[in-house]
Design a protein around this ligand. Structure first.
Ligand code: CP
Length: 311
């Protein structure tokens, strides 16, 4: 209980409860919740680099009064060959009550939760999922579209979100594609053939594949851009000049095809490749808001993990 391993484990009612708690925590003075998780112990276990997820989980925990410790693969006994299971058991023996895990192996949060019995929050596992990112993206979309922070099967009726870039390797794309259609949104996964799932893949209702970015943009109220994940390409060759020509979100393309779309990017961005600076820093960009929403959502997830959601 309290774990968040996949976005699919949450009912829409639970998603709504998390959104409502995040809204409340973000809207009240920090002094109101400064002792909510006083002296509770959290371990951040990171096998891959991170700026946003790690920092926001840590600051969220500290703003609720919890104690945190960071264990990274580069400066721990993981370097000496210690397994994920043994690392988790060690953290538990030291008093950790919850583990926030980022790992390059898909499914590793399940393994850690099974072996430790602790609530585990998936902070990104390989090419599988990034559920807290999908929740903060949902909070951002609802707020930018002027909708209530709530999740029902019709909340995003009439809204199309195109997610563009390296879909194949993206846990962010997967978690969003697993969440947004449940609220009534259409999701277009857009990119070159080699970065899309195979045509034969069985897509859930509400999800389509599109190789033409302009066509995808013309239908979309939200344009979510993704980085090409060089670390996961495994020898795949991408012609970056051609990619930039066909898939870069720049002013020309934006104003021609989707002049009112909300622009999103989970970060880190590669400016000048998938997105230009004028768009990333422009008035339609919700990118910094996504980061801020990460703090609120992660506070709510920590309260859910350690206090059963009671705040
Ligand atoms: N969006 C995201 O997961 O960013 P980080 O890799 O910096 O945590």
């Amino acid at each position: 209980p309290g774990s968040l391993l996949s976005i699919t484990q949450l009912s829409l009612e639970e998603v709504s409860n998390i959104l409502a708690l995040a809204e409340r925590l973000a809207g009240e003075p920090q002094s109101k919740h400064a002792t909510l998780l006083e002296n509770r112990k959290l371990a951040l276990l990171f096998y891959e680099s991170s700026t946003r997820t790690r920092t926001s989980f840590e600051l969220a925990a500290k703003s609720l009064g919890a104690m945190t410790t960071l264990v990274s693969d580069k400066s721990s006994s993981i370097e000496k060959g210690e397994s994920l299971k043994d690392t988790g058991l060690t953290l538990r023996a030291l008093g950790a009550e919850c583990i926030i895990l980022r790992h390059n192996a898909s499914g590793s949060p399940y393994l850690l939760a099974k072996h430790t019995g602790l609530p585990v929050l998936n902070a990104g596992d390989g090419m599988h999922e990034h559920p807290s990112q999908a929740l903060l993206d949902l909070r951002t979309i609802l707020s930018r579209l002027g909708k209530k922070q709530a999740a029902t099967d019709t909340t995003l009726d009439g809204i199309t979100v195109c997610i563009t870039g390296d879909i194949l390797h993206s846990r962010v794309a997967r978690s969003n594609a697993l969440l947004l259609p449940r609220l009534g949104a259409k999701v277009i996964l857009c990119g070159p053939q080699q970065l899309l799932p195979p045509e034969a893949v069985d897509l859930s209702t509400g999800i389509t594949l599109e190789r033409d970015f302009d066509k995808a943009l013309q239908q979309s109220q939200v344009a979510m851009m993704l980085r090409i994940q060089k670390e996961r390409l495994a020898g795949m060759q991408i012609d970056l000049a051609d990619y930039q020509k066909q898939y870069q979100l720049n002013e020309d393309r934006y104003f021609k095809h989707a002049p009112t779309a909300v622009v999103m990017h989970p970060g880190p961005m590669i400016r000048g490749l998938e997105i230009t600076a004028d768009i990333a820093d422009g008035p339609s960009s919700a990118i910094e808001e996504q980061v801020r929403n990460g703090l609120a959502i992660r506070m709510a997830l920590l309260v859910r993990a350690l206090n059963g959601g009671a705040a």
